[in-house]
Design a protein around this ligand. Structure first.
Ligand code: NZQ
Ligand code: ZN
Length: 384
C-alpha cells in the first residue's frame, strides 16, 4: 500500500427529514447565502425545508447556477457576497451547485484573479465556510475538496482541489431523489461507478481493504442502480445509491492506492466542447479506455472481472473483453448510452478533443502517465 494521510471533516446527516439539521449547523449570527440552480428545489419541497430550517438566520439567495457551472455566473455570486458581507454559503443542489459554491467561497477571499485558481493552480489560502444539501447523488462533491468550473468564453472546463472548500457538513436525504428525472439518475449511477473505477482499476499495491471497499461500491451500484428505473425504487434503494456515490469520492477508497482519472480528463474536454452531460462522456470513454490500456491494467482488470462480474473462465483477453462488455451492458441497464453516435457526433470529435487535450497539457494521463495523445486518439476513434 502507498503512504497516505487521510482526513474528511464533512459531517454527514443522512436520512429523511435531515434537512432540518441545517438549522443547528450554521451559526445563528452568520449571514448565509443559499446557492442553487435552475429551480428544481422550488418544485420538490427542498427549498421550503431549507428556508424553514433557516427561519432564525439572516438569509440571502443566489439562483441560476447552471449544470457544468460557469466562472461567469459564479463571479456574480462573488460580487453579492462582497456587497452584503456574507460569511456562510449553503449550497443546495447537485454537483454543479456545490462545485460553483466552492469556487465562489474561494474566489470571494482570493487576492488576485480568481480564474487563476483553475487555470494556473494558484493556491487557495482561505474560503468562506460552506455546507451542502445534496439533491443529486453523483459527484461526491458534498464531501470532498474538489470542484470543476467552466469558462464559457474559452470553453475551458478545469478542476481545482483545496481542503479549504471541503463542506463543513452535508445533508443526504434520499427522498430528494424522487424528483430526479431518469437522465439524472443515470448520470449519478454512472458517475459514481466510474469514480470508483478510476481509483481501483490501476495496478496492484496490495491495498486489500481499498480494493474491497471499491468492489463493494461497484456491486452495490450494479445491484441497486437498475432498480431506480422500476417500481422497486424505495427510499432504501435511493439511500444505497446515494451513500455509494458519496463514498466513491470522499477520499477514502483512493487513499493509499494509485489513481487514474484519464477517463475524466478526456470527458471534461468532451463536455466543454459538445455539452454532453458529465457522466454521458465518461460512459463513452471508459469501455475503450479499459481496452486500450489493458496491458498496463491487466492484473486489476482480471481481478475486476472475477470479483465484480464472476468471470473466471477463458484466457486473459477473453476475460478482459467479457468484463468490458458487462460494464457496458450495466451502463445500458441504467439507461446510459455509450457511443458518440448516440449523440449524433461523428469522427470530427477525434481531432477536436485531441487538440483540446494537447492545449491543456493532458498529454500523459493515467496512473502511470501512459495515456498519451496517441492512446487518447485511439480511444476516441474506437468510441464513435
Ligand atoms: O439546476 P437544478 O434546478 O437544480 O436542476 C438540476 C440540473 O438541471 C437537476 N437536479 C438536481 N437535483 C434534482 C434535480 N432535478 C430534480 N430533482 C432533484 N432532486 O439535475 C441537473 C443536473 O445537475 P448537476 O448538479 O449538473 O449534476 P451532477 O450532480 O451530475 O454534477 C455534475 C457536475 O459536477 C462535476 C461535473 O464535471 C459537472 O460539472 N463533477 C464534480 C466533481 C467533484 N466536485 O468532485 C467530480 C465529478 O467527476 C465531476 O467532474
Ligand atoms: Zn465524475
Amino acid at each position: 500500500m502507498l503512504n497516505f494521510s487521510f482526513s474528511n471533516k464533512t459531517r454527514i446527516h443522512f436520512g429523511t427529514q435531515q434537512i432540518a439539521q441545517v438549522s443547528n449547523e450554521i451559526p445563528l449570527d452568520a449571514k448565509v447565502l443559499i446557492t442553487y440552480g435552475g429551480g428544481s428545489i422550488k418544485s420538490n419541497g427542498v427549498y421550503d425545508q431549507v428556508i424553514s430550517a433557516l427561519s432564525e438566520h439572516t438569509v440571502f439567495e443566489f439562483s441560476g447556477i447552471e449544470p457544468n457551472p460557469s466562472y461567469e455566473t459564479s463571479m456574480k455570486a462573488v460580487a453579492l457576497i462582497k456587497q452584503e458581507n456574507i460569511d456562510y454559503i449553503l449550497a443546495v443542489g447537485g454537483g454543479s451547485v456545490i462545485d460553483a459554491s466552492k469556487f465562489i467561497a474561494a474566489a470571494a477571499l482570493f487576492d488576485g484573479e480568481p480564474w487563476d485558481i483553475l487555470a494556473k493552480k494558484a493556491t487557495v489560502e482561505a474560503a468562506i465556510p460552506l455546507g451542502a444539501v445534496l439533491t443529486l447523488p453523483a459527484t461526491g462533491s458534498e464531501s470532498n475538496g474538489g470542484a470543476v468550473v467552466s469558462k464559457l468564453a474559452t470553453q475551458d472546463k478545469l478542476a481545482f482541489m483545496s481542503a479549504h472548500v471541503l463542506p463543513q457538513f452535508a445533508v443526504l436525504d434520499p427522498s430528494v431523489m424522487n424528483s430526479l428525472p431518469p437522465r439524472q439518475l443515470s448520470n449519478g449511477i454512472v458517475d459514481a461507478f466510474i469514480h470508483t473505477i478510476e481509483q481501483y482499476l490501476t495496478y496492484d499495491v496490495n491495498g486489500k481493504l481499498q480494493d474491497r471497499f471499491a468492489e463493494g461500491i461497484l456491486l452495490t451500484l450494479i445491484e441497486e442502480g437498475p432498480k431506480l428505473f422500476t417500481d422497486q425504487k424505495t427510499d432504501d434503494v435511493n439511500g444505497n445509491v446515494m451513500w455509494s456515490a458519496t463514498q466513491a469520492l470522499n477520499g477514502l477508497i483512493g487513499s493509499g492506492v494509485p489513481q487514474d482519472w484519464a477517463t475524466h480528463m478526456i470527458g471534461h474536454e468532451i463536455t466543454a466542447t459538445y455539452k454532453l452531460d458529465h457522466a454521458q462522456t465518461l460512459a463513452i470513454v471508459l469501455p475503450r479506455m479499459m481496452w486500450e490500456m489493458r496491458e498496463t491494467k491487466e492484473g486489476k482488470l482480471l481481478q475486476y472481472a472475477s470479483r465484480v462480474w464472476g468471470i473466471n473462465e477463458g484466457d486473459t483477453e477473453t476475460r478482459i473483453k467479457a468484463a468490458i462488455e458487462k460494464t457496458e451492458q450495466f451502463f445500458h441497464s441504467v439507461q446510459m448510452k455509450t457511443r458518440f453516435s448516440d449523440y449524433q457526433l461523428g469522427e470530427e470529435v477525434v481531432d477536436v478533443i485531441v487538440g483540446h487535450l494537447e492545449r491543456h497539457g493532458m498529454t500523459h494521463l493515467g496512473e502511470k502517465q501512459l495515456v498519451t495523445l496517441e492512446h487518447s486518439r485511439n480511444i476516441l476513434a474506437a468510441s464513435l
